[in-house]
Design a protein around this ligand. Structure first.
Ligand SMILES: C[S@@+](CC[C@H](N)C(=O)[O-])C[C@H]1O[C@@H](n2cnc3c(N)ncnc32)[C@H](O)[C@@H]1O
Length: 265
């Protein structure tokens, strides 16, 4: 452990990482010069990028409150990101202190920071795991220790599926996860899109990062919800999914779709 409680990990500062670029755009402090440069390039290419990541984060909070209000007490959050206040467990446990949250991310830095944040918690864990191998995520002992797949689970895939290329078979990945969930479970998803503005410059930035950015259109993103029923208003741009405040500026340009759906029999 280092003095701030974060375990030493092999940190690659030669290429930008999605988690660290996102942290930079959100105004966090867990990133390096290479991520900052990538974030600045992104913001130059997509002037609403900073507003968009904040709006995505606000969607995440609203969606977590929605599923907890509906009685869900278990959350599997894959593609967690670096800790950002308030974190998913803080939002959920403010409403229901017994909510259990299993966080999964494939970036060792996220796992290290998460461990430092969660070390004293019995209801929350972070696991190093890869969404592209959903079976190993579902079978991970720490996930199994926390999540009972016999009771409803909210599966969070928020701003992560666009880091899976078509060759990673994202629809099959989501299908494997869906099949492990009982009726009454939820899928909470957001996904980058080029439907509202040309985002090829943003893709060029991620081409130099550790994961590519795979933009998908409305119909393609909606198909990830196969086997679930979308709740109102369906698949919407993040600021317009059940807003609890006036939309931020440039909302119409924000390139993130969001939806919440319930698994039915
Ligand atoms: C943009 S952040 C989103 C964080 C959070 N879900 C949110 O929306 O605020 C994407 C996260 O997904 C993680 N990620 C990317 N590819 C992944 C994969 N194949 N398996 C697990 N996590 C992945 C990145 O490391 C990063 O932490």
């Amino acid at each position: 452990m280092t003095k701030d409680g974060v375990e030493a990990v092999d940190i690659d500062t030669s290429r930008p990482h999605p988690a660290r670029i996102y942290d930079y755009l959100l105004g966090g402090k867990d990133h390096y010069a290479v991520d900052q440069r990538a974030g600045d390039e992104l913001a130059a290419a997509a002037p609403e990028a900073r507003i968009g990541v904040r709006a995505n984060r606000a969607f995440l909070r609203r969606a977590v409150r929605y599923v907890v209000a509906d009685g869900v007490r278990q959350i599997l959050d894959i593609g967690t990101g670096l800790p950002t206040s308030p974190n998913v467990h803080e939002v959920a446990q403010a409403l229901a202190p017994d909510v259990r949250v299993a966080y999964v991310d494939n970036d060792p830095i996220v796992a290290a920071h998460g461990n430092a944040l969660l070390s004293r918690s019995g209801t929350t864990r972070i696991v190093l795991g890869d969404l592209r191998d959903p079976g190993s995520v579902l079978d991970h002992p720490d996930v199994r220790r926390l999540i009972d797949f016999g009771r409803p689970v909210a599966l969070l895939l928020v701003a992560v599926l666009h880091f899976l290329a078509d060759a990673d078979r994202p629809a099959e990945v989501v299908g494997t996860l869906r099949d492990a969930l009982p009726e009454g479970s939820y899928l909470v998803l957001s996904h980058a899109t080029g439907d509202f503005a040309d985002r090829s410059a943003a893709q060029a930035v991620y081409a130099k990062a550790t994961a590519s950015l795979n933009l998908r259109g409305h119909a393609e993103v909606e198909r990830f919800f196969d086997g679930f029923e979308l709740v109102e208003p369906g698949l919407a741009q993040v600021p317009f999914w059940r807003p609890d405040a006036p939309p931020p500026p440039r909302s119409e340009e924000i390139g993130f779709y969001a939806g919440v759906a319930r698994k039915t029999a």
